[in-house]
Design a protein around this ligand. Structure first.
Ligand SMILES: [Mn+2]
Length: 326
């Protein structure tokens, strides 16, 4: 997209916001820092304009995000779809409406359909909606939003800057993965100038490991295997690994990104057994010539060239040949 195309879309989205009376912000289920940071930065902006709005996320957020200003505005209660008549819906950080967790809710809305805005950075974005602002070169959706505010000369407050920087820090893996580019670092530096609390972000989202969590990581690392044929490394998380009562459900967060620190492999794979008879498969690579989004898409998943995943029915079984999903 050329700079003028981006500016055209940004102006259209701003006009849609200005014309709207009831706005709904939506972010993807199992929200991460980028998902929440993007809707909360938008929420603070809407508040400054006196715009009535709600924020929906299908699954509850983890308490590590409690430091984000406005986090209590995020609700997982779908009752708001029947209570309110929204004239504008802005979906952030979601490749499609199913991942956003609102496909059914939107299909059930009465006529006329609200204007739908899609703001994202996933290369696999399906370009749903009336106004689509997707920049797959951006590290995070918050970086897309940062550009949106910059281009339209919208002031970014301290609160907004922390929300925006949160998305960049989480999606760059704390400035370690390939999304760490001139653009993401430049946006981050500018957000620091605007008063973003970098320390609060790392304390809550990076340096937040407990002893049970690291012991659990130890178990997962113990199983790490190299596949010389594929040049890949693989490990698994079994359901029973979560039997430790002190372990919280977020204990596995960050494992796959940590595996990306491995040298001498083309890509890494993490298979995780989920409750409900599914296995989640995640891929990461730092190899410039590798694109792992295709394989995830083939199995009905999605993501980026450097980070992707899909889910499949079954459970993990160890055989002589290796791990199987049966
Ligand atoms: Mn993101």
């Amino acid at each position: 997209m050329s700079t003028s195309d981006v500016l055209f879309l940004e102006r259209k989205i701003l006009a849609a916001i200005e014309n709207a009376v009831h706005i709904l912000l939506v972010t993807h289920q199992k929200p991460d820092g980028d998902a929440l940071g993007s809707v909360l930065a938008l929420s603070h902006f809407l508040e400054s304009k006196g715009k009535r709005h709600k924020i929906f996320c299908r699954t509850p957020y983890g308490n590590q995000f409690d430091f984000l200003s406005g986090i209590d505005r995020v609700t997982a209660d779908p009752v708001l779809f029947s209570e309110k008549r929204f004239d504008l819906i802005i979906v952030c950080d979601s490749s499609d409406l199913k991942y956003a967790g609102v496909e059914d809710h939107l299909a059930a809305l009465p006529y006329p359909m609200p204007t739908l805005v899609n703001m994202d950075h996933h290369a696999t974005n399906t370009r749903f909606g009336d106004w689509v602002l997707v920049d797959s070169t951006a590290s995070s959706t918050t970086q897309v939003l940062y550009q949106f505010f910059q281009d339209l000369s919208i002031p970014v407050t301290k609160e907004m800057s922390t929300c925006l920087l949160t998305g960049i820090v989480t999606d760059t893996g704390g400035f370690t993965n390939p999304a760490t580019t001139f653009g993401s670092l430049e946006s981050s530096a500018s957000l620091l100038l605007k008063g973003a609390h970098y320390n609060r972000i790392t304390t809550n989202l990076v340096k937040n490991k407990t002893i049970p969590t690291l012991r659990f990581w130890g178990k997962v690392m113990e199983r790490l295997e190299f596949n010389p044929r594929l040049g890949s490394a693989l490990t698994v998380i079994k359901k029973e690994d979560f039997s430790d009562k002190e372990l919280d459900s977020e204990a596995a967060d960050g494992i796959i990104n940590f595996l990306n620190n491995l040298s001498g492999v083309r890509f890494v794979m993490l298979l995780r057994e989920l409750y409900g008879g599914k296995v989640k498969v995640s891929f990461r690579t730092t190899d410039p010539s590798m694109d792992v989004s295709g394989i995830a898409e083939y199995f009905g998943g999605g993501g980026h060239a450097k980070a992707s995943g899909f889910s499949i029915e079954g459970r993990l079984v160890r055989t002589k040949e290796g791990w199987l999903v049966v």
